[in-house]
Design a protein around this ligand. Structure first.
Ligand SMILES: Cc1cc2ncn([C@H]3O[C@H](COP(=O)(O)O)[C@@H](O)[C@H]3O)c2cc1C
Ligand SMILES: O=C(O)c1cccnc1
Length: 385
């Protein structure tokens, strides 16, 4: 990719051409010594972005290092700002609007007893979202984030509500403990619906939440089959299983795992273990990345969708920010295997997009730092040299 100062930099940089080129040299060296490899990359599908462009990197580093603060003193906020600039290919990126989409669907596995709650709670929570009473609604209002709810395949009769977006694949998946959760056609429909949802709108950022009783089991099996992590370290209490419930869940997931080969492709894993909401979220992440949106990844289940999206197209990872470390047992191991580090650790274990919504103000602040903070020069503050 070509890179010149005129292309990326506002006028203020023209007077600093010499410094820029010195800085480019330094950052080129940094680039060479930084290991950007990921266990998810197979070597021929590496993320391609502005961060591969040394000149853009140098300019963004220069802009941040010229702010009135000691170098690196804003820690992760600085790397977030760089990521946002990189996604938008703009040294003054816009990060004003965000939408949460909650994908809801049911799981045949719920009948086997993998959750502390009954399947009907999925449908009841969809109505709660539509009535504005769930945690996700409260956090979305507090963070001024738009919220939409998608029925990706809730069990029973279709819910009639003017604000519910219907993309129903089927009234719940099959019981994945004993059979494939969905057909190949259902999977491809779910991914395509998701892509359309992800591509739509000109949101600067998107959060994806989910609701589906039993879906920590799907997420566990997806990570188990695609990352090779053991079920022992991945299987958690979900909605709050007690010790006996957890032992039963592990046993059931072992059975589910044993009926397929040890390692599966992301599409095979989604087909075998579901669910419709995770597959649709995977598609939405692919669609959002293709339209340059920042994707704020929520907890355990959303991270499993992110994992599927990255396995399908490694380049989408550059658009993702991992919002928080869930208290669900397997999340830390999953994120570690993906070589990503979450922004927050608030001991949440809810899903719905709650962690992503809490990270949104921090992400906005990172862009504001880049756009609004004074430089040493503009504020007439000594840079210490
Ligand atoms: C009232 C209620 C609200 C929720 N909101 C999100 N979840 C979360 O819990 C479910 C996953 O846990 P498991 O695999 O153990 O069923 C998902 O629906 C997830 O979104 C909820 C769960 C409940 C009970
Ligand atoms: O982290 C999550 O997404 C999560 C954890 C437990 C239950 N539901 C969601």
């Amino acid at each position: 990719m070509t890179s010149n100062i005129e292309e990326y930099a506002p006028k203020v940089f023209k007077t600093k051409v010499l410094t820029v080129f010195i800085s480019i040299r330094q950052h080129q060296l940094e680039l060479i010594t930084t290991d950007h490899s990921s266990c998810l990359d197979d070597g021929n599908n590496m993320p391609k972005s502005q961060s591969d462009d040394p000149s853009f990197n140098a300019l963004i580093n220069l802009k941040i290092d010229n702010k009135t603060k000691p170098v690196n003193s804003l820690g992760r906020i600085e790397s977030l700002a760089k990521q946002i600039a990189d996604i938008q290919e703009n040294l003054s990126p816009v990060m004003d609007t965000c939408r949460l989409t909650i994908f809801a669907a049911d799981h045949g596995m719920a009948a086997a007893g993998v959750s502390a709650f009954p399947q009907i709670v999925t449908q009841q929570m969809v109505l709660n979202f539509l009535n504005g009473g769930a945690a996700a609604n409260v956090f979305a209002r507090s963070a001024q984030v738009d919220l939409q709810v998608v029925d990706a395949g809730v069990a029973g009769e279709a819910i009639e509500h003017p604000n519910l977006i219907s993309r129903r694949i089927a009234p719940g998946t099959q019981n994945a403990i004993i059979v494939s959760a969905m057909t190949e056609v259902q999977l491809s429909n779910a991914i395509e619906h998701g892509k359309e949802i992800g591509e739509a709108g000109d949101w600067d950022a998107v959060c994806y939440g989910e609701m589906g009783i039993g879906n920590t089991s799907s997420a566990t099996l997806l990570a188990h089959k695609t990352l090779g992590l053991s079920l022992d370290i991945l299987t958690g209490r979900g909605t709050g299983l007690d010790d006996d419930g957890l032992a039963k869940k592990r046993n059931l997931l072992e059975q589910a795992s044993n009926r397929t080969p040890q390692a599966l492709s992301p599409k095979q894993a989604l087909m075998e273990y579901g669910g419709f909401e995770i597959a649709m979220m995977t598609g939405a992440m692919l669609g959002a990345a293709s339209t340059n949106k920042l994707i704020i990844v929520d907890g355990f289940i959303a991270s499993a969708a992110a994992l599927m999206a990255i396995k399908l197209d490694a380049s989408v990872q550059k658009n993702m920010v991992f919002a928080h470390l869930s208290d669900e047992l397997g999340h830390a191991a999953m994120l570690k295997a993906m070589q990503v580090s979450p922004i927050l650790d608030l001991k949440l274990r809810l899903g719905e997009g709650t962690g992503a919504l809490l990270a949104w103000p921090i992400i906005k602040a990172a862009a504001a730092m880049l756009n609004e903070m004074a430089s040493f020069e503009s504020a007439n503050v000594s840079d210490g040299t």
